[in-house]
Design a protein around this ligand. Structure first.
Ligand code: URA
Length: 264
């Protein structure tokens, strides 16, 4: 049976209002997302502020979080004029073991979004920080965040082939034949893996560089060669290398985004 496509909420809101609300160049965004991207209020807080009637667009109170808004629109929050133009930002966060990379947290273990917000300065807390990909709850290391969905799509697309370098402590000591199998690519239940970089750093510590990012891929690959992962850490994504202490962060430089992640 063909799956019904859901109409995005911003498009439903735009249709309810008529075509004059959509920018001719198609660059209209929806209000709550534009506020989060521009660092005014993170998305959930922006939605609440809009529903409470605290946000005006072009002199009119706007109570619809998905209302289309053009770049350069005159927006006020709590009476204060706010700029909606957004500069692309990226940051590197050193994820500790424990928090999940999910918006929802039914088990109450904490999320990386909460951990990040807790260490960010005031001027960066208004952004909606999106994680570029996922790490398992028990995985530590480099997790990238951005305020721009396009960078998320670039970083997580199966076509991008950004190298991601992991270090895994494993059960047993993998012989050369196991490393070669990882390098050549092996067949997992969701298909063959691309050729990978694999070498030993210690008899039971494997450095594995993947150019894809399938669910639990490192753990599944190492289990497939008979050496289940005991601890997993990510050191680098593209040209961005983890260089901050656990639970700390830093902004990415423009050239790290352009050359290091290949996003222009
Ligand atoms: N591969 C895994 O198995 N887990 C991660 O967290 C990342 C890559």
């Amino acid at each position: 049976m063909a799956r019904r496509q859901r109409t995005p909420k911003w498009l439903e809101a735009a249709r309810r209002r008529g075509p004059e609300d959509l920018a001719a160049d198609g660059r209209a965004d929806w209000l709550s997302r534009a506020l989060g991207r521009a660092g005014v209020l993170p998305r959930a807080e922006a939605e609440a502020a809009i529903r409470e009637g605290r946000v005006e667009v072009a002199g009119r109170v706007e109570r619809e979080p998905f209302a289309p808004v053009r770049p350069g629109a005159e927006v006020r929050v709590d009476g204060q004029a706010r700029e909606l133009t957004a500069r692309l930002l990226g940051l590197a966060f050193h994820k500790p073991a424990g928090p999940v990379v999910h918006g929802s947290d039914p088990e109450g273990v904490g999320t990386v979004f909460e951990r990040l917000r807790a260490v960010l300065p005031e001027e960066l807390r208004g952004y909606e920080w999106l994680a570029v990909g996922r790490l398992d709850r028990d995985t530590t290391g480099l997790l990238l965040f951005t305020n721009d969905e396009r960078l998320v799509r670039h970083g997580t697309s199966p076509e991008t082939h950004l190298p991601k370098r992991y270090v895994a402590r494993v059960k047993g000591c993998p012989p050369e034949a196991a490393l070669q199998a990882l390098r050549d690519g092996l067949v997992l239940e969701d298909g063959p893996t691309r050729p990978a970089g694999a070498r030993l750093r210690e008899p039971d510590v494997v450095e594995l560089t993947l150019t894809e990012g399938r669910h639990h891929q490192v753990k599944r690959m190492l289990a497939a060669v008979g050496h289940p992962v005991l601890a997993l850490h990510r050191e680098a994504v593209g040209g961005v290398v983890l260089d901050v202490a656990e639970s700390d962060w830093r902004l990415l430089r423009e050239e790290e985004v352009a050359e290091g992640l290949g996003f222009r």
